[in-house]
Design a binder for this molecule. Structure first.
Ligand SMILES: Cc1cc2nc3c(=O)[nH]c(=O)nc-3n(C[C@H](O)[C@H](O)[C@H](O)COP(=O)(O)OP(=O)(O)OC[C@H]3O[C@@H](n4cnc5c(N)ncnc54)[C@H](O)[C@@H]3O)c2cc1C
Length: 416
């Protein structure tokens, strides 16, 4: 095993997803030296979210034309279907949604990052942290395509490596508890008249409702029109209440999960209708950390967990693109400003011990907890937790959920 070491960067960023690239851009704009390490051959090798509400941060990071010219725009109305589609409620949209293709979105972020001088290293799989004598995380060990392992040092390490974060796992984060399994698909020639149904569709499935998978956790199947007759379709387990639902719930293995997905596409009332005559363009099983946030975003001095690696996802709608990029920008700017202040005072280089003194860490966390985005995500978890407790744990089955649909519709308006 060959180990090369390097001079420290200001930021070592693990993962070139939305969070990692946003962090890279923010660092470069602050005049900091940053490296982004990506295990794949491209940034964000597998498609994840492809729809966002508009925020100024997107114009800032993607260029002001991206959302307007490269996306399909909808008014963000949502339709919820009760189990077996016996009842529906339509919630009028109050914010437009912009849908894009993941690859185009990632390519644009890479273009913006490279244009401001961010160094991105592909085929570089981070395998764990490097720590000094005082247990500060001072870099990462990273395996490259040729098998060589390098040590890459930084004054701060930002873990933007998603829902199975190697950095988070090293520090004891249990992603099995935070992750919700999902299927994501894209279909063409969907059986939909978009002028009749230009809304995002969600189909609730209670625990115990499917005779072929009686212990399936509560879940939501979704179908989003993407313009023309293209749709994003998927299935998301809702694990927020699952751990408290006793032995009525069992986490499905891949075989059961695939069986459920196949049967829902073929025969679930309402949902299956979109698939008649459609062709599947993309279909994959994945997961998203939206059952809860990590207990500390700084699990060790020197390291910040960001985006999906921190469960920093709005659980209503499972939207994590904006929150991960906003979080990445926040932490990069905060740490850059702090480094500059320390350097000016010392009239020299900052060392990690100073940047990560316990008092400073407490201050960073306090400032983060005051941000609008942190408060929004916390509130969203609290609200969805109560809603899902009532619907999925207390009522639980199709019969009971359908019998309380008026109240559920009222609650959905409050949660949305
Ligand atoms: C099916 C699905 C649909 C979704 N829909 C939406 C939506 O419509 N709107 C929305 O806002 N959000 C949506 N989300 C959530 C959103 O995609 C994520 O919250 C967002 O991608 C998080 O960004 P991230 O950078 O934290 O993580 P990721 O996007 O997961 O990026 C992590 C990056 O790290 C790399 N990596 C992982 N491990 C290592 C390693 N050891 N070394 C180096 N690199 C590594 C990965 O290859 C990847 O490039 C969806 C998610 C899923 C799964």
């Amino acid at each position: 095993m060959r180990i090369d070491s390097e001079q420290p960067y200001d930021f070592v960023i693990v993962g070139a997803g939305p969070a990692g690239l946003a962090a890279g851009i923010a660092a470069a704009r602050k005049g900091m030296k940053a490296v982004v390490l990506e295990k794949g051959a491209v940034a964000g090798p597998l498609p994840r979210g492809e729809g966002v509400n508009r925020y100024p941060l997107f114009d800032d990071l993607l260029g002001s034309d991206f959302l307007e010219t490269r996306c399909y725009r909808m008014d963000g109305s949502l339709e919820f279907h009760s189990p077996f589609d016996r009842k529906q409620v339509l919630l009028a949209g109050n914010k437009d949604i912009y849908f894009f293709e993941w690859r185009q979105f990632m390519d644009r972020l890479v273009e913006m990052a490279v244009s401001c001088g961010v160094s991105i290293r592909y085929n570089s799989k981070v395998i764990g942290p490097l720590v000094n004598k005082t247990q500060i995380c001072i870099g990462v060990r990273c395996r490259q395509e040729d098998g060589a392992v390098r040590e890459i040092y930084g004054k701060a390490v930002l873990a933007c490596d998603g829902h199975k974060s190697v950095m988070g796992r090293h520090y004891g984060v249990d992603y099995d508890r935070l992750n919700c399994a999902m299927v994501k698909g894209i279909i063409r020639n969907a059986n939909i008249d978009i002028s009749q149904k230009p809304v995002l569709q969600f189909f609730l499935v209670g625990n115990g409702d499917l005779r072929y998978a009686p212990n399936l956790p509560p879940c939501v199947a979704y179908a989003f029109p993407l313009g023309g007759r293209k749709m994003e379709v998927g299935l998301m387990l809702r694990m927020g209440q699952a751990s408290q639902m006793g032995n009525t719930v069992r986490i499905p293995g891949n075989k059961t999960f695939s069986l459920v997905w196949t049967r829902l596409k073929e025969e679930y009332p309402g949902f299956s209708s979109f698939f008649k005559g459609a062709e599947m363009e993309y279909e994959a099983v994945t997961a998203l950390t939206n059952a809860g946030m990590v207990s500390s975003v700084i699990p060790a001095p020197g390291l910040v967990l960001i985006g999906d690696s921190a469960g920093f996802v709005d659980p209503f709608g499972s939207s994590g693109i904006y929150s991960s990029m906003a979080m990445a920008t926040f932490w990069t700017e905060l740490l850059s400003n702090e480094s500059k202040k320390i350097a000016a005072k010392r009239k020299g280089e900052v060392n990690p011990t100073e940047l990560w003194r316990p008092g400073r860490i407490a201050k960073y966390k306090k400032v983060f907890r005051r941000t609008g985005i942190y408060r929004h995500i916390r509130k969203s978890y609290a609200r969805i937790g109560k809603f899902e407790w009532y619907v999925f744990k207390h009522l639980r089955t199709a019969e009971r959920i359908n019998s309380r649909w008026r109240l559920i519709s009222f609650l959905l308006r409050r949660v949305a």
